[in-house]
Write a protein that binds this ligand. Structure first.
Ligand code: XMP
Length: 512
């Protein structure tokens, strides 16, 4: 751990992005609360400290402020945005509000390359977001780069190895931003860059062990990427102390429960309980056609079933969740008291509070691609790691109108054919999602000499980067034809297949 870089969190929405950039440079980083004591940082052997940005103003009365002794550790410090102003002010400079908040792109001109700007072009585009700026620098500091709006866009005291950047090197819009961070890590802090995901796994395992001790942990395993990686990781750390619960709500895809059981119970030897609750879910959904009402019933019932499992097990102290960084919204009050809030997840929101369980969220610092790499390190198969997203309410929001068992059967069979053909053709991994939707509409067809009057299946196949926007995938006509033929021929109750060619917005990906 002697290679660790400490990122002190002053509540910026980019703190995690800084940590990610450091990991991309193959250096271990750890996010600490801003008030962490200098002695703790010294005890952890940190090689460098980064003061993150933050939404507060250093001019505010109760602006969050770090232990001032961290400047006496003899360790390089890099302040970013708020972090720069904080360091500047704490070391004897002055800060003033800018007349106009600087936000977005600006052109940075480097005046002195030094170690921080080694290999960086003389002018680069950088990304800003600040309302204050330095008016005078502390002793020992000088300007190393400026923008049109700021004489102190980058400052340094090379002797003491203190650096400050008014802009955000961690965001994508800053040119060569990662190179600047790499310079700080390698050239200034002397890190070697030997850290890898395998090492992350080791530290994550140690952290989980330290966090939960000998207590038992419960995790709702859905079979999706995040909960699967969290399960495998926590299992590696604490083995039998982890109990996973798969809630079979009767709204799963074909053979989904069996696949989860096979992988986790047989291969991973994980302590897996299956709550067979299809009857409860389906009876409560009887006669319900309103999409929001369906979602509410499914969500509420999930919580009840899960809670019952926890009660039955008794003596559970922790609830594990596969929360990723993008699920975490940094929320900071005006007074500048950083606090992390979890976005209320549509599937398990409210669970921990009600059940008085402590949370374990070992994937909290990671982005999706990192979670996949961690999962690969843990030996999870590609089918799990690259599985398409599947909504919490499952097929419940893919059967239009009332959810009935016969409709679910039809949808499952059609969906399985679509899935099979998508995988066989390789398109499954190229699109964002591909699924079938059951339409409770009867249309006329002919089969042999007979007239049929049966239901319709819609195919929803979309491309997307983040599910915020999406477009329908232009798949080869032969593939679409094969899927349609197979569904109509093989699924009893369907005589027509239609293709959804709407984009999001204005449509959504799911139909409900
Ligand atoms: P929409 O339909 O809003 O969906 O365009 C965007 C993405 O979110 C998924 N989705 C859900 N995921 N619980 C989830 O975990 C849900 O309740 C839920 N609803 C929609 C959807 O599949 C798509 O990827």
């Amino acid at each position: 751990m002697s290679q660790a870089i400490a990122v002190l969190d002053f509540g910026s929405q980019y703190t995690q992005v800084i940590a990610r950039r450091i990991r991309e440079c193959h250096v271990y980083s750890r996010i600490y609360p801003y008030a962490t004591s200098a002695s703790e940082l010294r005890a952890d052997g940190v090689k460098g400290i980064i003061l993150s940005g933050g939404p507060s103003s250093v001019l505010a009365k109760d602006a969050p402020s770090p232990d001032r002794r961290l400047f006496e550790l003899g360790v390089p410090v890099l302040g970013i945005c708020y972090g720069l102003q904080l360091m500047g002010k704490m070391l004897g400079g002055t800060v003033e509000p800018t007349r106009q908040r600087e936000y977005g792109d600006s052109l940075l001109t480097i005046r002195k390359k030094g170690k921080l700007f080694h290999g960086i072009k003389p002018t680069i585009h950088v990304w800003n977001s600040h309302g204050d700026q330095m008016r005078s620098l502390p002793d020992g500091f000088s300007t190393i780069a400026r923008t049109e709006n700021s004489d102190y866009a980058a400052i340094a005291d090379e002797e003491r190895r203190f650096y400050g950047l008014q802009f955000h090197p961690e965001v994508f819009h800053t040119e060569q931003g990662t190179d600047i961070i790499r310079n700080y890590l390698y050239r200034i802090c002397g890190c070697k860059g030997a850290w890898s995901m395998a090492e992350y796994l080791e530290t994550a395992v140690e952290r989980i062990r330290a966090e939960v001790g000998s207590e038992r942990v419960i995790l709702g395993l859905s079979g999706g990427v995040d909960s699967s990686v969290a399960a495998a990781l926590i299992h590696k750390a604490i083995g039998e102390q982890l109990i996973c619960v798969f809630v079979d709500n009767g709204l799963c895809r074909l053979n989904e429960r069996e696949a989860v059981e096979k992988l986790f119970r047989e291969n991973f030897k994980l302590n897996l309980r299956v709550a067979r609750a299809a009857n409860v879910f389906l009876s409560r959904l009887k006669g319900v056609t309103n999409p929001e009402q369906k979602r509410k019933i499914i969500g509420r019932t999930f919580i009840q079933v899960f809670e019952r499992e926890v009660k039955r097990l008794g003596n559970i102290a922790f609830l594990a969740q596969g929360t990723l960084y993008p699920d975490v919204i940094e929320s900071v009050s005006i007074e500048g008291n950083p606090a992390a809030l979890i976005k209320s997840h549509h599937n398990v929101g409210g669970l921990p509070k009600r059940m008085k369980l402590q949370l374990v969220e070992p994937l909290r610092e990671l982005f999706k691609d990192e979670v996949r790499r961690l999962g690969a390190e843990l030996g999870l198969p590609k089918e799990v790691l690259w599985r398409q997203p599947f909504p919490g309410p499952g097929l419940g929001v893919r059967v239009m109108g009332e959810i009935t068992r016969p409709r679910l059967r039809v949808l499952r069979e059609a969906d399985a054919i679509l899935l099979q053909e998508m995988k066989k053709s390789g398109y499954y991994y190229k699109v964002w999602q591909s699924f079938a939707v059951f339409l409770p509409v009867h249309t006329v067809g002919v089969m042999g000499d007979e007239r049929t009057y049966e239901n319709v299946i819609a195919l929803r196949i979309v491309e997307s980067i983040d599910a915020m926007t999406a477009d329908w995938a232009r798949l080869p006509h032969e593939l679409l034809g094969r899927i349609s033929n197979r569904i109509i021929n093989e699924v009893k109750g369907i005589n027509r297949v239609v293709l959804d060619i709407s984009s999001k917005p204005p449509s959504t990906i799911e139909w409900e």
